[in-house]
Design a protein around this ligand. Structure first.
Ligand code: NAD
Ligand code: 2HG
Length: 526
């Protein structure tokens, strides 16, 4: 019989489902060393946010087939390490949506009416009505950053309370925002006009410290910020300083840069700050939902069935998977790359399956392309199961074509993304021992394996340009690992693909496009 370890507090409904197919041990509060010592005995591990599943734990889990996260964020799991070991990581993308949205709304109202401090004062024996005069949310402007599942529910409820809704989400169409009753605006305008700002975005390199001393300076002196998304999206020292200086009205935070929250100036602030210990998902209903959702997936995988919300391995039949696996990675990489080249909001994705890929069996490659395309917006929340739906909700149209006559490579995939900032295309194939190669960028033939950090330029093919770019990057201490130029005619337009060892520091793209002959430059992280 399979063995499942549950290492955080999980609702009994989940344990009951697991018990149908496995022997279940619930051991909470284990230290990392204790977990490493016992994990080798288990086929599955079920966690919430309390267990950090590091590479060491994954390496020690020699029998592990699946890690189930009863919640959305898998930032406490080393997913790449699990993927390398072939361990499926599943989550519950929707089980706690309502709980998190309601917590954000509760925080907004509690902050407006000083409920926590008023409550504490009455319990201390006082009857002070003058210190707690609040503000109404009716007819006030709510700025929602991130109009996904939680942001949309917040919008629906806030609308019913008579609030005016502004939203910023570069991956959502204006029509979709309007359906939800929100006016889609640029972030600066949202910061300037909102009376309340609520964050519902993932933590990514772009959203880390999105709220900092500069952006706080753009807000109304009465603005109140709510963060029930992820710690680190707000720079906490800047927030505390802004509140102290009266630059903004207050904040309600459920999540923190470091959890549990250690020493922090935020603790010393008065009724203008409300802090809760990451309670967004802590409702009975959400805990039942996520426990059932994840336990069912663990049960299915232990029975040899696919998982419906795998964040790292597609929930497809094993036979199809085996054949397409190397091409799935190709499709995801190309989708991610073309999405970053296109920038902005993509409205149309053309997927051309070429050569031996031009068969009906290749349909999962379209989904994998979309998964890659949506990765910048959704991170681990997009998977092979929801990529189609997420794309539809974002108004991304997909056109799929097949060209069996394309014979440059056994099979190749061509993606063209058209969005608010223009059109870009990439083609890729598997060469040699199934190594991914980019074979074309924006119509220019190249032949490079993709690397984690890359820079692409569109430039005029002319003497000295490569040297100038090399020196410029060198002057910023950027090390070039490889470089290749793709051109159609000598001294015509050309594309340069550079692999660099580290991410391109901020501001350098602006310098690159100042090099005479370079028309455009893009940096991507794959
Ligand atoms: N406090 C809690 O206990 C709790 C519970 C559940 C979820 N969460 C967190 O809430 C957040 C939202 O979750 P969700 O389920 O709504 O996710 P979601 O994927 O449905 O929505 C996220 C939205 O953010 C948008 N987005 C991505 N990058 C953006 C950017 N740079 N600027 C603006 N918008 C951007 C995406 O387009 C997407 O629409 C996540 O960070 C999640 O981890 C917290
Ligand atoms: O497990 C929890 O309570 C937190 C969950 C929440 O942050 C999530 O990402 O789903």
């Amino acid at each position: 019989m399979s063995k499942v370890l549950v290492s955080d507090t999980i609702d009994q409904a989940g344990i009951d489902i697991l018990s149908q197919v496995a022997s279940v041990d619930v051991k909470t509060g284990l230290k990392p060393a204790e977990l490493i010592e016992i994990i080798g005995d288990y086929d599955a591990l079920m966690i919430r946010s309390g267990t950090r599943v590091t590479q060491e734990i994954i390496d020690a889990g020699t029998q592990l087939k699946i890690i189930g996260r009863a919640g959305v964020g898998v930032d406490n799991v080393d997913v790449p390490a699990a993927t390398r070991r072939g361990i499926v990581v599943v989550n519950s993308p929707e089980g706690n949506t309502i709980a998190a949205a309601e917590h954000a709304l509760a925080m907004m109202l509690a902050l407006s009416r000083h409920i926590p401090d008023a409550n504490a004062s009455v319990k201390r024996g006082a009857w002070d009505r003058n210190s707690f005069v609040g503000a109404e949310v009716y007819k006030k402007t709510l700025g929602i950053v991130g109009l996904g599942k939680i942001g949309s529910h917040v919008a629906a409820v806030a609308k019913a309370m008579g609030m005016k809704l502004l939203a910023y989400d570069p991956f959502i169409s204006t029509e979709r925002a309007e359906q939800i009753g929100c006016q889609l605006v640029e972030l600066d305008l949202l910061f300037q006009q909102a009376d309340y700002i609520t964050l519902h975005i993932p933590k990514t390199s772009e959203t880390t410290h999105l709220i900092n001393s500069v952006t706080l300076g753009k807000m109304k002196p009465t603005a109140r910020i709510i963060n029930c998304a992820r710690g680190g999206i707000i720079e906490e020292t800047a927030l505390a300083a802004a509140i102290k200086a009266g630059k903004i009205g207050g904040a309600a935070l459920d999540v923190f840069e470091t959890e549990p929250l250690g020493e922090s100036e935020l603790r010393s602030l008065g009724k203008e700050v409300i802090l809760t210990p990451h309670l967004g998902a802590s409702t009975t209903e959400a805990q039942v939902n996520v426990a059932i959702d994840v336990a069912e997936q663990i049960r299915d995988v232990l029975l040899g069935l696919p998982a419906r919300s795998a964040v790292n391995i597609p929930g497809l039949g094993p036979d199809v998977l085996e054949e397409l696996k190397p091409y799935m990675q190709l499709a995801e990489t190309l989708g991610n790359l073309v999405g970053q080249l296109a920038g902005g909001r993509v409205e149309l994705l053309n997927v051309r399956l070429q050569g031996e890929l031009a068969t009906n069996k290749s349909q999962p490659l379209v989904i994998a392309s979309l998964k890659g395309l949506l990765y910048q917006a959704l991170r681990e929340r997009v998977n092979y199961v929801n990529a189609n739906i997420e794309a539809k909700e974002r108004g991304i149209r997909v056109i799929e074509t097949r060209d069996a006559s394309a014979r440059d490579y056994a099979g190749s995939l061509h993606l063209e993304a058209t969005g608010t900032l223009g059109t870009h295309s990439v083609t890729g194939a598997l060469l040699g021992d199934k190594e991914i190669h980019l074979t074309d960028v924006d119509g220019f033939p190249i032949n490079v394996p993709p690397s984690k950090y890359m820079v692409f330029t569109l430039h005029r093919d002319m003497p000295g340009i490569i040297g100038k770019l090399g020196s410029l990057l060198g002057s910023f201490n950027v090390n070039i690992a490889s470089m290749q130029v793709g051109r159609k005619i000598v001294r015509g337009d050309a594309v340069m693909a550079l692999s660099i060892d580290d991410p391109l520091p901020d501001g350098i793209l602006d310098e690159i496009v100042k090099v005479p002959g370079i028309r455009d430059a893009y940096t991507v992280t794959l």
